[in-house]
Ligand binder design. Structure first.
Ligand SMILES: Nc1ncnc2c1ncn2[C@@H]1O[C@H](COP(=O)(O)OP(=O)(O)OP(=O)(O)O)[C@@H](O)[C@H]1O
Length: 263
């Protein structure tokens, strides 16, 4: 299977006033077409830093010390590359934790979709924008597309807003989607629906998904493979079943022991 994302030996540091702080240390990770890879770990373990390094959305004080990131075989991150430029265009879709913050409260859903399409699909005309906007909402299992297109974000429920945010991430037809704690702000029922939607999208569209979460149970439900992070390192990696049923590291065992339903 083709590797959409290949992270090899990636080490990243932040420059602080008096020292350098290692944020990622020799990280290896790959995502293939049709595959969901979960990144789990405690708060502060480096999950968001890893996700944002792929899409060039890190702070200005961060630099690559070693290693590389390739998208579909093309190297996009290596020592010396600017990690703040957000240069991935429509190639990688990103879904953040809080849909209400990633959507502009003054813009209707229709305008959000049109803006993203105009930015990433050169020369796209009005009819095609309309067609692809409806198509992507249908892919998000939204039935009343006309109402949703004409709504402002605050007029939609939290679950619907997150579906729209996922739609915005996939409307440019990226091969890779990165979701960073994107179900954390949702109630459990809505969370389950969003997770089911991701599985369907990966299977239907053949995209790869990097799913960042602190929730091991959620990762076990959704992901084919899981990478466990601690202090900027991937300490354990394998199929979801292997990591959860036969963890090799004490750190993973402790994460599992902290889940009431697991014991
Ligand atoms: N630009 C930066 N400068 C200094 N420290 C940083 C910077 N970016 C991240 N860090 C630190 O790196 C560590 C890892 O942060 P990161 O947000 O990647 O962790 P996380 O696993 O996603 O945590 P959470 O689940 O709480 O979001 C944290 O201690 C954070 O404060």
């Amino acid at each position: 299977m083709t590797e959409l994302l290949t992270i090899s030996g990636l080490s990243i540091s932040a420059r602080l006033a008096d020292c350098d702080l290692r944020l990622l240390d020799d990280v290896d990770l790959a995502v293939r077409r049709g595959q969901i890879v979960g990144v789990v770990g405690e708060s502060g373990s480096g999950k968001t830093t890893l996700a944002r390094s792929v899409v060039g959305l890190l702070e200005k004080n961060v630099r690559v010390d070693g290693g590389s990131i390739s998208l579909a075989g093309e190297q996009v991150v290596a020592p010396g590359v600017d990690l703040t430029a957000g240069v991935r265009g429509g190639q990688v879709g990103m879904v953040f934790q809080d849909a209400s913050r990633s959507l502009n409260p003054l813009m209707k859903v229709r305008a959000h979709l049109a803006e993203v399409l105009h930015r990433h699909v050169p020369g796209i005309d009005k009819d095609e924008v309309r067609r692809r906007s409806v198509e992507v909402l249908e892919q998000m299992r939204i039935t009343d597309t006309a109402r949703v297109l004409d709504s402002y974000p605050h007029q939609l429920s939290g679950g619907l807003r997150q579906r729209v945010a996922i739609g915005l991430a996939v409307v440019t037809r990226p091969s890779l989607v990165i979701a960073d704690e994107c179900t954390t702000a949702l109630d459990v029922t809505t969370q389950t629906k969003v997770v089911e939607l991701f599985r369907t999208l990966v299977d239907e569209l053949g995209i790869g998904l990097l799913f960042v979460t602190h929730d091991l149970m959620l990762a076990s439900d959704l992901c084919d493979e899981i990478a466990v992070m601690s202090s900027g390192r991937v300490v354990e990696q394998g199929t979801a079943l292997h990591v959860l049923e036969s963890p090799e590291q004490d750190y993973t065992r402790r994460l599992l022991a902290a889940i009431p339903a697991w014991n």
